[in-house]
Design a protein. Structure first.
Length: 321
């Protein structure tokens, strides 16, 4: 006969079972492919970086991390899709400064970013590049400011959406330079109109800017970080002409806070996210190192691979920390 005294441990064990299952799932995570939802179009800096990070996480955790581009409403469509996804921890949001900015720009969202999204890992900070169509006569920031003042309201500034780093960096430039650039947000890629001259300027994150500058399709005037970039050392900072100007993009990963997995965010995901963004004496930021290896041409007489050489394999031992 099952006495009351003997039944109490069984009841307690049954009550603890769901907690134990959740912990077991977190420890085993992931057991199947994981989606990384990116709120920007293919070919943007977020897309490029998310795919590189997904590639490394796939190698380290043994499951595919697949990028899914869901554009619209300045990344709010992507964020909402993650908030309302199946709460199992297998849908991650690629988070940028745009998500944080949107929390102050939009009053009627169907989610609360601060409450509904839980951070999983910080990845990278990158500067933006102030780039113009070659038809713009300005070759320096002071020349561009003079040109913009002479053509107030007639120069179009492109971005992948309201609240993006392109938009915010451009508006900061408007205020500090005393000019009026007309903001043109795009749901799809901004580059066709930028290359054709329909829009004249953008403040675009570094990773997706390099190819256009190298090919001479767009002219880089300056970087938006406080110091010059090693990737484009010939470009000055905007702050060299507008003291105090600084704007950088940051990337990270997050998941829905309603997810049972997110209540004890998988240590494997946290460790791997930290690992791919860790700083080493030889390579500095891993993600930045990967981007530069894939996108930059070799230095004259240097050992960096050419842009036509194959990208390093995810299993390449040189990519291990």
């Amino acid at each position: 006969m099952l006495t009351r005294r003997r039944s109490l441990p069984l009841i307690a064990g049954a009550c603890a079972l769901p907690i134990g299952l959740r912990r077991a799932r977190a420890l085993d995570y992931p057991t199947r492919p994981v989606r990384i939802v990116v709120g920007f179009p293919a070919g943007t800096s977020s897309d490029i970086t998310a795919r590189l990070i997904g590639q490394q996480l796939s190698v380290q955790l043994g499951q595919q991390f697949v990028v899914e581009n869901r554009t619209g409403a300045g990344t709010n469509v992507a964020a909402e899709s993650v908030v309302h996804a199946l709460p199992d921890g297998y849908t991650l949001l690629w988070v940028t400064q745009t998500n944080a900015i949107n929390a102050t720009l939009y009053d009627a969202l169907n989610f609360n970013f601060m409450d509904d999204i839980r951070p999983a890992g910080s990845i990278l900070r990158v500067p933006a590049v102030m780039m113009v169509n070659p038809s713009v006569p300005a070759k320096t920031v002071p020349e561009f400011i003079a040109y913009a003042k002479a053509n107030s309201g007639k120069i179009n500034m492109s971005s992948p959406g309201i609240g993006s780093i392109n938009h915010v960096a451009g508006e900061l430039f408007n205020m500090m330079a005393g000019v009026k650039l007309t903001h043109i947000p795009y749901r799809s890629s901004q580059f066709p109109d930028l290359l054709s001259g329909q829009v004249q300027v953008t403040f675009n994150p570094l990773p997706s800017s390099l190819d256009f500058i190298r090919a001479g399709k767009l002219r880089g005037l300056a970087v938006t970080s406080a110091t010059r970039s090693d990737a484009l050392p010939e470009l000055p900072t905007v702050g060299e002409f507008l003291p105090g100007y600084e704007a950088t993009a940051w990337f990270g990963q997050a998941l829905s806070s309603t997810s049972s997995t997110s209540r004890s965010t998988p240590h494997s995901l946290i460790r791997s996210s930290r690992r791919v963004s860790s700083i080493s004496a030889a390579r500095r930021c891993r993600c930045r190192w990967l981007i530069l290896r894939i996108l930059l041409p070799p230095k004259p007489g240097g050992g960096r691979r050419s842009s036509s050489s194959p990208a390093p394999s995810p299993s390449d031992p040189r990519l291990s920390a």
